[in-house]
Design a protein around this ligand. Structure first.
Ligand code: FAD
Length: 352
């Protein structure tokens, strides 16, 4: 069966919903959101129980509706975000179709053809908002196949219960690595490994400040002033309460990155070894873009070159939410609203 609409949004996580909100607001456009998951919430459905947002609720809001505070928590958990996103799409009556997985997007004359596991959609424009959660990244460290213990990525981490008493190596110096390390600091023999020493943001800096910083940087660049530097210049890790507590208890010391895995653990360049039962890779993600491969737009590093959110070479395609390359802070709840608005306005202008 083939459906024809003005715009298809691929992905019904926060970025897809923000796009849908602004497509509705510009008016006069017939659009559909196709989401592979059976229920709302995007990646937030799959994170571990102890994960806490790095900003208070009001600073984690999509356009149009403030996230309500979570009872008893300054920094909400992932379940609270799922509830918020569920309410958001219902409140605005956003046309989300689930579960619908997009397999491929191809040129089709004046349209783009969106092929899914349940039919084809023809659209005059497409917003791709498929996130990164489905593409966990693990670096190619020598010996990875040799290690006899268990290896998992952040996406498979559900909480400390399964690791009690074990020798666990957590790899990664970002927020995921820090939160997972803090989670495991009390009940396991933890080694936390990072490429450079952990850089905690000052305790009074959270996602609000990061967002303000990203906004100021964007304004400076827009106005042709000097680059004020990305949020990375402030540090890597937001000291949310569980991280702060573990750090202050002296439990979050880092080791430099090892050079190879052995059958029983890891080995550093100077020959030092550590045995381990489990290695948890908190080493990030890559954008989920395979459905766009038939368009032949990929540039270096696997990204699709963009101007704002618009794909260079295909003005009917916008990319949203994957990272700073699709708009400053666009991979955050509060940051995705502005690029979503810009994408919706650009699409409206193109189609009229
Ligand atoms: P997703 O939430 O991944 O949604 C994409 C949707 O598209 C999913 O439903 C998926 O099933 C669907 N999809 C994928 N491929 C297809 C396809 N081919 N066809 C159809 N549907 C498809 N941000 C904050 O603002 N505050 C925080 O505190 C914060 N903490 C974070 C902590 C961790 C550990 C991580 C990993 C991220 C955190 N983020 C935080 C970042 C960010 O908010 C998330 O990465 C966010 O989930 C990205 O939203 P998205 O809509 O782009 O992608």
């Amino acid at each position: 069966m083939t459906h024809t609409v003005d715009v298809v949004v691929i992905g019904g996580g926060q970025a897809g919903l923000a796009a849908a909100y602004h497509l509705r607001r510009v008016g006069g456009l017939d659009f559909a959101v196709l989401d592979a998951q059976p229920t709302p919430g995007g990646a937030w459905r799959h994170t571990w129980d102890s994960l806490r947002l790095f900003s208070p609720a009001a600073y984690s809001s999509l356009p149009g509706r403030l996230m309500p505070p979570q009872q008893g928590e300054t920094y909400p958990d992932a379940a609270h975000v799922v509830d918020y996103l569920t309410d958001y799409e219902q409140r605005y009556g956003l046309p989300v179709h689930r579960p619908v997985r997009v397999r491929a997007v191809r040129p089709d004359g004046r349209h783009l053809r969106v092929e899914t596991d349940s039919g084809t959609w023809r659209a005059r424009a497409v917003v791709s908002a498929t996130g990164t959660w489905s593409r966990p990244f693990v670096p190619a460290v020598p010996g990875r196949d040799t290690f006899g213990g268990r290896q998992l990525h952040t996406v498979e981490y559900e909480g400390p219960g399964a690791f009690a008493g074990l020798r666990v190596i957590v790899v990664g110096g970002g927020n995921s690595g820090a939160q997972v390390a803090a989670d495991l600091a009390y009940g396991t023999e933890l080694t936390w490994v990072t490429q450079r020493p952990a850089r905690f943001l000052a305790d009074d800096i959270d996602g609000r400040v990061l967002f303000d910083h990203a906004t100021a940087r964007r304004r400076a660049l827009d106005e042709g002033r000097d680059d004020t530097g990305g949020v990375a210049s402030l540090g890597d890790i937001v000291a949310v309460p569980p991280v702060r507590e573990a750090r202050d208890a002296g439990l979050l010391k880092t080791q430099p990155m090892f050079t190879r895995l052995t059958r029983t653990g890891v080995e550093w360049a100077d020959g030092t070894k550590a045995d381990a039962d489990v290695i948890i890779w908190c080493t990030g993600f890559r954008p989920a873009l395979s459905h766009l491969a038939p368009l032949g737009l990929r540039g270096p590093r696997g990204h699709i070159p963009t101007r704002g959110t618009e794909a260079v070479g295909e003005p009917r395609l916008h990319l949203l939410g994957y990272g700073d390359w699709t708009g400053p802070a666009s991979a955050t709840l509060i940051g995705v609203g502005r690029p979503a608005r810009e994408a919706a306005h650009a699409i409206a202008a193109l189609l009229r």
